[in-house]
Design a protein around this ligand. Structure first.
Ligand code: NIG
Ligand code: FE
Length: 419
């Protein structure tokens, strides 16, 4: 049995419970001063405060317990990045001059660039190349404090490449310390040969691709890009209904550029999460609240696209929608996997409190990716997924930006990064 004690924690801050936090709960964190955490076999065994040591940890030296001294700093749950497109071939740095000359995200996509460019590069890449590249991303994410994440397919758009991407995710989930939730997203763009025949492509996704993914147990969730000149609301509804019938849980990229009904659909279909929501209207907000859908807001994408920011204050205060914030890491609209930067933007642009920010990068995304029972909070019985920060409190963490403030990252009781 391996036992680890983290002591001298200046401030232990965490949401509590294994459910999505909405409204006032979004800003409710447990705060303990001069705390300790005892970990046995990768699981949190006990937490104490006021300088007391957890039961069974009083005689540390003699019992051979490994001890980490947190040096009086802030300790939180490991971060959870609930939305990424981290498996892809190539990059898209060549798009920036076009964007700076005024080309929009959808203009580039319509001209066969953007996502389609990454599709070509991902088809060309071997399983091994994608696995190694994505494994490096996971290492970098962990060094930034992320201990669980989501990863989507969607740069294949044909069965072989989509399966290749999902197999990469599965292989890494099995071999890398990161816990990864896979989302199947063949409806991410419309390839030239399907233009004007989107319904037929949706049929292929539902009748040919989804059953294969189910058979190989490669994903529990599906996602679709419901957007102007990508998939409309009617096509999205067909796709989501077929997915639900096959036992998938749902996500929708909705209201990123145009509000064409994506969030209303996500609410009606009781999706696990709705993504982006930059231009969501009141009907969409109401639908998400009624459907119990987590708003997966992606402020680094707003920053990178030069777009406005999702109305997160209204989501929390008026509509009581659980809010999660994630990177959206991808080679086009957000080539950054830094969830700490997302926390800065959550604080400064969404105007969330530091407590709300913490909930948005821990328990809420954990629940939205099906991991809420095992991670996302610091409580006895949960996985010991923990970050010791180079900061005394959440205010400092949300205020400083551009440096990696994670000092020690622990996954299932093992130190995975010591910066
Ligand atoms: O969530 N908007 C659609 N999909 C991704 C971007 C993918 C890409 O540009 O490669 C997103 O931002
Ligand atoms: Fe996305």
């Amino acid at each position: 049995m391996s036992t680890l004690l983290i002591k001298n924690i200046g401030l232990l801050q965490t949401p509590t419970g294994s459910f999505s936090h909405r409204g006032r709960q979004q800003g409710e964190n447990l705060k303990l001063n001069d705390a300790s955490i005892l970990i046995r076999d990768g699981v949190i065994a006990g937490i104490t405060d006021k300088g007391r040591l957890p039961e069974g940890a009083e005689d540390t030296g003699a019992a051979g317990i490994r001890v980490i001294d947190a040096g009086g700093s802030l300790v939180t749950p490991g971060l959870v990045d609930g939305h990424t497109h981290m498996v892809f071939g190539g990059w898209r740095q060549h798009e920036i001059p076009l964007k700076l000359r005024g080309a929009g995200y959808l203009d580039i996509l319509r001209a066969g660039g953007g996502i389609m460019d990454t599709v070509r590069r991902t088809r060309e890449a071997s399983f091994e190349e994608l696995r190694d590249k994505t494994g490096d991303f996971l290492d970098e994410m962990m060094s930034l404090g992320v201990t669980s994440c989501e990863a989507k397919s969607g740069y294949g758009l044909d069965i072989d490449t989509e399966l290749k991407m999902l197999r990469v995710i599965k292989a890494l989930n099995d071999s890398h310390p990161m816990d990864i939730c896979a989302t199947f997203m063949p409806a991410h763009a419309v390839e030239e040969k399907w233009k004007g025949r989107e319904e037929e492509y949706i049929e292929v996704c539902c009748k040919e691709m989804m059953p294969r993914v189910r058979e190989e147990k490669l994903a529990d969730y599906v996602d679709i890009f419901t957007e102007d000149s990508v998939f409309n609301a009617a096509q999205s509804e067909k796709y989501l209904k077929a997915a639900a019938q096959q036992g998938f849980r749902l996500r929708v990229h909705a209201d990123e550029i145009a509000a064409i009904g994506g969030s209303v659909l996500a609410g009606q279909m009781k999706a696990a999460s709705a993504e982006h929501l930059i231009v969501i209207d009141d009907a969409g907000l109401k639908a998400l609240a009624e459907g119990g859908v987590t708003a997966m807001c992606l402020p680094a994408t707003s920053f990178y696209l030069g777009a406005t920011f999702a109305p997160v204050r209204r989501m929390i205060d008026e509509f009581e929608i659980p809010v999660a914030t994630a990177t959206d890491f991808n080679p086009g609209s957000c080539p950054s996997l830094n969830l700490q930067f997302v926390m800065n933007l959550g604080y400064l642009r969404y105007r969330m409190t530091p407590e709300e920010v913490l909930t948005a990068v821990t328990v809420n995304p954990a629940c939205a990716i099906g991991m809420g029972e095992r991670t996302g909070t610091l409580e006895a019985g949960k996985q010991a997924d923990i970050v010791i920060w180079n900061a005394p409190d959440m205010e400092t963490l949300c205020y400083r930006f551009g440096s990696n403030q994670a000092r020690i990252v622990i996954k299932k009781g093992e130190i995975v990064k010591c910066n």
